[in-house]
Design a protein around this ligand. Structure first.
Ligand code: ADP
Length: 167
């Protein structure tokens, strides 16, 4: 049984992430979307909110070929993979700048556990410039993010900025 883990911050999930999820689901029997809890990036959404959003998006997505599980996790990815009995780590590559970082992490993870391999999906061209960071930047100024994130995500991101401003 091929069990894959797609780890990331998903703050928030974008159409680029969703594209990778759909494509990766064709390669594994079960795909775990691992939401990083303790991101050093000071996430906009809590890990619980990110997990719930992804679950909603996945439930409304057609064309998924494997079962999908969405959970948050902390600590070393390779430990989480072992705990989940996963043998494949899924990552996406947008640009050459992603490559250097991803190569190092993949080699380190393979050294830590040779039973786990990382596979990379090159981004679909229409999403190559989409990032969670850009989505947050645009939304913080009230710009339109509907081209970049699944429809279920749009209101949650605007609401979160409203909530922050009202504190
Ligand atoms: P991280 O904080 O670990 O970089 P992200 O949530 O930003 O997590 O991204 C998770 C994974 O998804 C990474 O492998 C990243 O390269 C990939 N990814 C992000 N945006 C896109 C996109 N638009 N197209 C393809 N892959 C993407």
């Amino acid at each position: 049984m091929k069990i894959g883990i797609y780890p990331g911050s998903f703050d928030p999930i974008t159409l680029g992430h969703l594209d990778i999820i759909v494509r990766a689901s064709g390669l594994v029997d079960h795909l775990i979307i691992g939401v990083l809890k303790n991101s050093k990036k000071h996430p906009l959404l809590t890990s619980k909110e990110r997990v719930e959003l992804i679950q909603k998006v996945v439930a409304n997505t057609t064309g998924l070929k494997s079962t999908i599980e969405v959970v948050d996790f902390d600590g070393l990815l390779i430990d989480f993979a072992k705990q989940k009995k996963a043998n494949i780590i899924v990552r996406g590559l947008r640009a050459i700048t992603d490559f250097e970082y991803e190569l190092q992490i993949a080699q380190t993870n393979h050294k830590l556990n040779p039973a786990v391999d990382t596979i990379f999906f090159t981004t679909s061209v229409e999403y190559s410039y989409v990032s969670s960071t850009a989505v947050k930047e645009i939304a913080s100024f009230g710009g339109d993010i509907s081209e970049f994130v699944p429809k279920e995500v749009v209101t949650s991101v605007y609401d979160k900025f409203k909530e922050i401003r009202s504190i």
